[in-house]
Write a protein that binds this ligand. Structure first.
Ligand code: ZN
Length: 107
C-alpha cells in the first residue's frame, strides 16, 4: 500500500492499468485538503511510447471550473518520483505493447 509508505499522503488508493484505446492509466483517490471526508477521483492517461501525460481529469471543483487542480499535480509528481509507481507503469506499458503486438499478428 502506497499510503502507508508516505506519511500524511493524501492519496488513499492508487491503481495503474491500461486500456487499448487510451494508454496507461494512473487513477487515484485523493483526500481533499479542506474537507477530510471528501475524496476526489483523479485520473491521468500516459502515452505508452513517450510516457507523457496525454489526458488528466479530476472530479473536484478546481478542475471542473478551472481545468487544473493540485490533485492532478500531486499525482503527476508521484508518478515521476515514486519508484514503485514507475515500476507499475513500466509493467502496464510492457503488457500494453505485448497486447498490441498480439493483435497486430492476428492480421
Ligand atoms: Zn482535483
Amino acid at each position: 500500500m502506497i499510503s502507508t509508505q508516505i506519511p500524511k499522503n493524501p492519496i488513499k488508493r492508487l491503481n495503474v492499468f491500461y486500456t487499448l484505446g487510451e494508454g496507461i492509466i494512473v487513477s487515484a483517490d485523493i483526500q481533499s485538503r479542506s474537507r477530510r471526508d471528501v475524496i476526489h477521483y483523479t485520473r491521468i492517461v500516459l502515452d505508452p511510447l513517450t510516457l507523457r501525460t496525454v489526458k488528466a481529469s479530476c472530479d473536484c471543483e478546481g478542475y471542473t471550473f478551472r481545468g487544473h487542480c493540485w490533485h492532478i499535480e500531486t499525482l503527476k509528481q508521484l508518478i515521476n518520483a515514486d519508484e514503485k509507481i514507475k515500476e507499475e507503469v513500466e509493467k502496464a506499458r510492457n503488457e500494453l505493447m505485448q497486447t498490441e503486438e498480439d493483435i497486430a499478428s492476428w492480421g
